[in-house]
Design a protein around this ligand. Structure first.
Ligand SMILES: Cc1cc2nc3c(=O)[nH]c(=O)nc-3n(C[C@H](O)[C@H](O)[C@H](O)COP(=O)(O)OP(=O)(O)OC[C@H]3O[C@@H](n4cnc5c(N)ncnc54)[C@H](O)[C@@H]3O)c2cc1C
Length: 386
């Protein structure tokens, strides 16, 4: 149990948070060494996380589309709990939130068709935006989708696509009018099948088990009904989706930071040096005290952004601030944890080594810290672009 307190959340969210914590303690924690060793979340665990009644990836979505109707605040609360136990499982639920949130920009028919597959049938929808030559510059993609009768034909290569091997569907950005630049990008749902194949498997430094791949689309035919919303508005939908999803991602960072600090505290109490407990040295206890204050401050911002989102407010600035601050808090927390454990902190049996690798890997997802600062700066200096 963490020493970090919670401010009051609605009772149904607190209840779910507790349930998720109990689930993670029982089902995720014992499997972490296996996930690390095999770089894979066992299929049975994926099923337990994704299938009803748990279906944690369905938390935020409206009940009419099979979700739990608990909004971004509800999902934020559980994203923090899951990441406390394992970052890769955190990404697993996060890609459901990401793909499902972008489908919310679709027509009523599309929402009714695709969302229940994610929320009720446990299908995995990967999110495919990044390409080998561009990540932050999402308008520079070269993947194309050409209209051909009742279908679009998608060609291109996507890069660093989490859980691409496990996914049954991809939400993908592609250029329908390359000459229009950012305004020529559209969003599609593509089912895994003919025309979609996995390329290189990428082996990241941390978050083992989230299995990013290169994904190659070669004359992949999707029905016109799979174009989300309107042609040419795909990048706008994707960006607004990121504004929403950065909040729960930031909550994942808080969970991981909390796990690292809990380990540091435990060790500082147990370990003796020069006849004293480690925590009696202020060089050890003060950085922990400072990091806990930072963590509490970041939590307030993250949960405030979630609350604002659910009220229908524009959170472009707040979500960027929340994720950027949470990433700094996380990197500091894991550094303190490794320092507190000294040599033990660098050995794989001691968890904090994993937290350190996971943290450095995770902060680039869904907008690097620099891109988030760019978003915040623009909202200050060029507010009309907001
Ligand atoms: C754990 C993880 C999971 C991911 N999962 C997915 C996924 O499922 N689907 C998907 O599509 N992508 C995924 N990604 C990819 C991710 O979206 C990209 O890594 C991210 O957008 C950054 O792009 P990049 O890595 O190409 O870096 P680049 O954009 O090439 O940037 C390289 C460096 O330059 C900096 N930089 C770039 N532009 C500027 C600027 N204007 N000002 C200042 N600094 C700048 C960046 O901050 C970064 O430090 C994942 C990444 C990670 C780490």
């Amino acid at each position: 149990m963490s020493i970090v307190s919670l401010f009051e959340l609605p009772p149904e969210i607190l209840e779910l948070k507790k349930k998720v914590r109990e689930f993670a303690e029982k089902e995720i924690r014992p499997l972490v060494p296996e996930i690390e060793k095999k770089n894979k979340i066992p299929d049975e665990l994926i099923e337990k996380i994704y299938n009803p009644p748990n279906a944690f990836q369905a938390t935020s979505f409206p009940k009419e589309y099979g979700g739990k109707g608990m909004g971004v605040l509800g999902f934020t609360a559980i994203a923090e709990e899951i990441a406390y136990f394992n970052g890769a499982c955190g990404i697993l639920v996060e890609i459901g939130e990401l793909s499902g949130s972008s489908i919310l920009f679709g027509t009523e028919n599309q929402k009714k068709e695709f969302l229940p597959k994610l929320t009720q049938e446990g299908k995995i929808f990967a999110f495919a935006m990044t390409e080998p030559h561009c990540g932050s510059d999402a308008a520079a993609i070269t993947t194309t989708a050409e209209a051909d009768g009742d279908e679009y034909v998608i060609n291109g290569r996507k890069w660093y696509i989490s859980f691409a091997d496990e996914a049954q569907y991809f939400v993908i950005t592609a250029k329908t009018s390359p000459e229009k630049g950012a305004r020529g990008i559209s969003l599609f749902v593509a089912e895994k099948g003919p025309g979609v194949r996995l390329g290189k498997e990428l082996i990241p430094m941390g978050l083992r088990g989230h299995r990013p791949f290169e994904v190659i689309f070669e004359n992949c035919r999707v029905p016109k009904e799979n174009l989300i919303g309107e042609e040419g508005r795909g990048l706008g939908y994707a960006v607004r989706t990121l504004h929403r999803c950065r909040i729960s991602l930031a909550a994942g960072y808080l969970g991981l930071a909390r796990a690292a600090l809990d380990k540091a505290i435990e060790y500082a109490k147990e370990r003796k040096a020069f006849g004293r407990s480690l925590y009696e040295f202020q060089a050890i206890s003060f950085p922990i005290a400072e990091a806990l204050a930072d963590l509490e401050a970041a939590r307030l911002l993250v949960y405030k952004a979630a609350w604002m989102y659910d009220k229908g407010e524009n959170v472009a600035k707040e979500s960027a601030m929340a994720k950027e601050l949470a990433s700094r808090v996380l990197l500091k927390a894991v550094d303190i944890a490794v320092t507190t454990l000294g040599g033990y902190g660098t050995i794989e049996d001691f968890d904090v080594e994993r937290y350190y690798r996971d943290a450095k890997t995770w902060v680039f997802a869904q907008g690097t810290p620099e891109i988030l600062k760019l978003t915040v700066s623009r909202s200050i200096f060029e507010p009309r672009r907001r």
